[in-house]
Design a protein around this ligand. Structure first.
Ligand code: SF4
Length: 287
């Protein structure tokens, strides 16, 4: 088993004390260790936001990219080397807001990556604006009279977009979260894991206590994960009970399996012949 210490760095994170991000980082390390993955077999890609600092604090390959663009970068990583286990770490503002279009397309392509949506229902890094998953009526610095918009439902969106593994976890239950990360990673295809991650500094409504009182495990209630309609109905359950666990899982070809150029081997394993090109004749052509 990979030692969790091998995945640690000596640097301290910049997250607030008590932030749910600490627990997600711990669960990810636990999951990588449980799967006995060598750190060189893992790539963690993030966008921008509080959660997106995570690749700095786990000793695997990492890429801290730009706002909303973690999925395109992860797509490039996976296409270049589909033997890597690729994780996307993205907050609700980054992944379900500015980067939402990329997320939808990666899900419908069934790219074999694991998306960890750090969903704290607020913009943390920019100090507390309403985010795409803030509840209707949420009072924040950008909506002091309460948000008038309906929130995005990541689970229903994942189902409608063709993701083949769709789950929700609560950061306060790291055992369940680590287990879902293992299952999502071992699943061949796009794994969307929406993680309820309390922002202890800026979201005073959706706190650890709020979720502790409401969350329950779908698997303990014998939910049928092959039943699309049942998963869709469950995705709209929120108050007073919030389902966690696997909503839906199915099998279909992944993007790299169907791409003839990559089907046999990763790009990095293919022999590339560098031919010298006469650029002048090309320039002449477009004069
Ligand atoms: Fe975590 Fe919120 Fe602090 Fe950001 S602002 S580090 S999300 S507690």
């Amino acid at each position: 088993m990979t030692e969790i210490n091998e995945l640690n760095t000596k640097e301290l994170t910049t997250w607030c004390p008590g932030c749910g991000n600490h627990l997600i980082l711990a669960a990810l390390k636990k999951a990588v260790s449980k799967m006995n993955l060598n750190p060189s077999e893992v790539a963690v890609v993030s966008g921008i936001g509080c959660s997106s600092g995570l690749p700095h604090w786990i000793e695997t390959y990492g890429f801290h990219s730009i706002h909303g663009r973690a999925v395109p970068v992860a797509t490039g990583v996976k296409l270049a080397n589909h033997n890597l286990n690729v994780f996307v770490v993205s907050g609700d503002g980054d992944g379900y807001g500015i980067g939402l279009n990329h997320l939808i397309h990666a899900m419908r392509r069934n790219l074999d990556i694991t998306f960890l949506g750090h969903d704290n229902q607020i913009y943390g890094l920019t100090l507390g604006q309403t985010s795409p998953t803030s509840e209707q009526g949420a009072k924040t610095v950008s909506t002091p009279n309460g948000s008038i918009e309906l929130p995005i439902n990541p689970i229903a969106l994942g189902l409608a977009s063709g993701a083949t593994f769709i789950a929700r976890a609560f950061a306060g239950n790291t055992e369940q979260l680590a287990d879902l990360i293992v299952k999502g990673t071992q699943h061949e295809g796009f794994a969307l894991i929406d993680i309820l991650q309390p922002c202890v500094t800026l979201n005073k409504v959706n706190t650890f206590e709020f979720f502790q009182k409401r969350v329950y495990d779908l698997q303990s209630e014998k939910h049928d994960t092959s039943n699309f309609s049942a998963a869709f109905l469950k995705s709209f359950e929120w108050n007073p009970r919030i389902p966690t666990g696997i909503f839906y899982q199915t099998k279909r070809d992944t993007y790299t399996e169907d791409l003839p150029q990559l089907k046999e081997k990763s790009l990095v394993k293919q022999q590339q012949e560098l031919k010298s090109v006469d650029i002048n004749s090309l320039l002449e052509k477009y004069k």
